[in-house]
Design a protein around this ligand. Structure first.
Ligand code: HEC
Ligand code: HEC
Length: 191
């Protein structure tokens, strides 16, 4: 074994290189830390030039596209918008397309819907509509998913508020250019 000293020497060299590499890597990995800290604290106080400037106030509903934060920067707390007022006027609103669930033209405060009772059906079930002069739910509400007609309301249509909402004076949350189907059709005819 004449090579033994060389082997030992080689081992030592490898070890020294590994230690140096580790030390350098360690230093490089940590070096940016102070700068990063400065950058974050700067971001919270004054945004760096070129960054998207945060609007000071919420954009009003209906004219912007951020319906959830309404333009308020993520590190600020926006004032929640006032609750919309429920309109209780018994006046139907137009449906924007044939299969739109009509909006509810009366208030539904405390109208319980659970496994045992459904307050809406008290008036809107086919069997009760005459007593309360309410429009009975349409035939689709008695159809199962295979289009078979059931004697009682279909489980798919049991939780009315899943599809029907009360009428409120709320402004549209996001700006949009929705047109109902009649407007689209009449515009198509003009061209
Ligand atoms: C006390 C009886 C009563 C109860 C309970 C009731 N409604 Fe009504 N609903 C009416 C009457 C009456 C109308 C007709 C318009 C009016 O007079 O307000 C109506 C209208 C509607 C309309 C409009 C239908 C259309 O063609 O535009 C919808 C939708 C509706 N109700 C859904 C509901 C839902 C959902 C519930 C339960 C959360 C409910 N209603 C509970 C009596 C009732
Ligand atoms: C899965 C969605 C959905 C659910 C759940 C639902 N509806 Fe509807 N509803 C509709 C749609 C869509 C229409 C309009 C087209 C139609 O008649 O199917 C409608 C129409 C109506 C109408 C007007 C009927 C007419 O002849 O103009 C009334 C009243 C109504 N629903 C009441 C209710 C009540 C009360 C419940 C709960 C028992 C309920 N709906 C559950 C989607 C739903």
């Amino acid at each position: 074994m004449r090579d033994k000293p060389f082997l030992i020497l080689g081992g030592i060299v490898v070890l020294v290189v590994a230690i140096v590499a580790f030390a350098v890597g360690e230093k490089m990995g940590r070096a940016p830390a102070p700068h990063a800290a400065v950058a974050t604290s700067a971001a919270t106080s004054t945004p760096p030039p070129g960054a998207r400037s945060a609007p000071a106030e919420e954009a009003p509903a209906g004219v912007q596209i951020d319906g959830i934060r309404r333009g308020v920067p993520v590190d600020k707390e926006g004032a929640p918008p006032l609750l919309a007022r429920v309109e209780n006027a018994d006046i139907k609103r137009n449906r924007a397309y044939p299969m739109q669930p009509p909006t509810i033209p009366h208030s539904i405060d405390n109208y319980q819907i659970d496994k045992n009772s459904n307050r809406c059906l008290l008036c809107h079930a086919r069997a009760n509509a005459d007593k309360f002069q309410a429009p009975p739910v349409s035939v689709t509400h008695y159809m199962d998913r295979d289009d078979q007609f059931l004697a009682t309301i279909s489980p798919r249509r049991y939780f009315c508020n899943q599809c029907h909402v009360v009428q409120t004076d709320a402004k549209p949350l996001v700006a949009n250019t929705f047109k109902d189907v009649d407007t689209v059709l009449s515009e198509a005819k003009e061209h």
